[in-house]
Design a protein. Structure first.
Length: 112
């Protein structure tokens, strides 16, 4: 998370980072980010459950959620898709791929 945050901030994006699924849901409800990068394996509420919570809420349901995980796509991908995730990125993640996905979802930052 720290590396992804640093990369995005370096390219002019404002990043809000939390360390668990429940905090992610609360942060998204409060801040209404343009995109959410969600890990599957986070403490407490996992990333798939958090995604489902966000997608079921009319206030956050339109925010794109991109899963970023080291898990193989397989059954985890099916669960993520069923929860409403909008994209999938595998770790280890090339920084250029991360930037491409964020730019595709929200456009280039003002700094770029």
């Amino acid at each position: 998370r720290a590396i992804h945050t640093a990369i995005l901030q370096h390219h002019g994006y404002r990043v809000l980072a939390v360390d668990n699924g429940a905090a992610g849901v609360e942060c998204a409800r409060r801040e209404r980010p343009d995109v959410i990068l969600m890990d599957v394996s986070v403490p407490g509420m996992d990333g798939i459950s958090a995604t489902k919570c966000l997608k079921e809420d009319p206030e956050t349901g339109r925010i794109p959620v991109v899963i970023v995980t080291a898990h193989p796509y397989g059954s985890v991908g099916r669960r993520a898709r069923d929860a409403g995730c909008d994209g999938w990125l595998n770790k280890p993640l090339d920084p250029r791929r991360l930037l491409q996905e964020v730019e595709r979802r929200v456009g280039a930052s003002a700094a770029n």
